[in-house]
Design a binder for this molecule. Structure first.
Ligand code: F6P
Length: 372
């Protein structure tokens, strides 16, 4: 019988367990594949810590949040050790052979796609499944975890609306999404936020103020502002982009180090951007402003029905690929179906919200301020 290892890597997200189950049930039930689960993402892969996954282990996990396997953000090629980061790809290859594996299934986001690519290059049979609440993975319509986070963020906006309305306040809610605006834009539209700020559209404080003032003139003396964690005003965006360019173009180890430090400093100085904006809005509008950071509630808890469905389909499709001996792919969601996409077309790419996307136009049509 074939033997396969599975792991969950990167930040956790709803439907990781549903995906493990979808893969495992299909792999065992349809193809008689034996399954082991590595603990804590790439860490367990490097340290060869795993657990046998049988039918019992997969039972009852469809609805469970988080990941039964644990996760981490460790990278195979820069694995943290007491002597600094070490390339552990050779160790992973050794473990893979020692464990008698025929394939490795990696559930994760953009970082995991890059790890997966390195292992493919080292000759391993790898399949990647697109997980993230950020929905920022290239070549797939969507990612598992996103639909659930969208529900959570939308419900939060609904609840903030009634309190903003009662107190005649501006409430800014900071929503996750890393460098992409999918979650904020989606939840902002679904929750009827009055202003939506995303990284793809740098905002000006003046534009946000003017939207709020126009609302006040119409007798609406409250506003809900959905702010992506990655959204910045025009000046901060320029500062960040300049620092990023400097880092990207640095050639010597010294200049790279200095550019990294500078980039970290810029990122650090912008970390409290939602609070800064709240102060600016309060000063300019005379309305009280409050901030709610949604944070990790967006990643926790049971997956939505849509995510359970997607997870089951992606997991089952990955098992079909293993049975067919097709490797080096991410299983993408495409229209009504799933499709294997070569990892070379996924790794290192980020899917941002295109400015001509239907969600952007819809937000504009209903009069939502996008801050530009
Ligand atoms: O990728 C998911 C995500 O929640 C992002 O939205 C966010 O930027 C990041 O992870 C937070 O990372 P951490 O779990 O390391 O705090």
């Amino acid at each position: 019988a074939k033997k396969v290892g599975i792991l969950t890597a990167g930040g956790d997200s709803p439907a990781l367990n549903a995906t493990i189950r979808g893969f495992g049930k299909t792999a065992m039930g349809q193809y008689g594949i034996e399954l082991i689960g590595f603990r804590d993402g790439v860490t367990g892969l490097v340290e060869n810590r795993f657990t046998e996954l049988d039918g019992r282990a997969l039972s009852g996990i469809l609805t469970v949040g988080g990941t039964i396997l644990g996760t981490s953000r460790d990278k195979v090629h820069k694995f943290p050790t007491a002597d600094g980061p070490v390339d552990m790809v050779p160790t992973v290859v050794e473990n893979y052979e020692k464990d008698g594996l025929d394939a490795l299934i990696m559930l994760g986001g953009g970082g995991t796609a890059k790890n997966a690519m390195r292992l493919v290059d080292a000759g391993l049979n790898v399949i990647h499944l697109p997980k993230t609440i950020d929905n920022d993975i290239a070549m797939t319509d969507t990612t598992f975890g996103f639909a659930t986070a969208l529900e959570i963020a939308t419900e939060a906006i609904d609840r903030l609306h009634s309190t903003a309305h009662s107190h005649h306040r501006i409430i800014l809610t900071e929503i996750m999404g890393h460098k992409a605006g999918w979650l904020t834009l989606g939840a902002g539209i679904a929750g009827g936020a009055d202003i939506i700020l995303i990284p793809e559209i740098p905002y000006t404080v003046d534009s946000v103020v003017s939207t709020i003032k126009q609302r006040t003139e119409r007798g609406l003396n409250f506003s809900v502002v959905a702010v992506a964690e990655g959204a910045r005003d025009v000046e901060d965006t320029a500062d960040y982009e300049a620092a990023h360019l400097l880092y990207k173009n640095a050639r010597t180890p010294e200049s790279k180090g200095a550019a990294r430090t500078h980039l970290n400093n810029v990122e650090h100085s912008q970390r409290e951007h939602t609070f800064k904006l709240a102060n600016q809005l309060e000063a300019a509008t005379g309305l009280e402003a409050r901030v709610t950071i949604l944070g990790y509630v967006q990643r926790g808890g049971t997956p939505s029905a849509g995510d359970r469905l997607l997870a089951t389909r992606l997991g089952a499709a990955a098992a079909d690929l293993v049975a067919a001996g097709d490797f080096g792919y991410m299983v993408a969601a495409r229209g009504d179906g799933t499709e294997p996409v070569p990892l070379t077309e996924v790794a290192g790419k980020v899917k941002l919200v295109p400015l001509d996307h239907d969600w952007v136009s819809a937000a504009r049509k209903v009069g939502t301020g996008l801050g530009d």
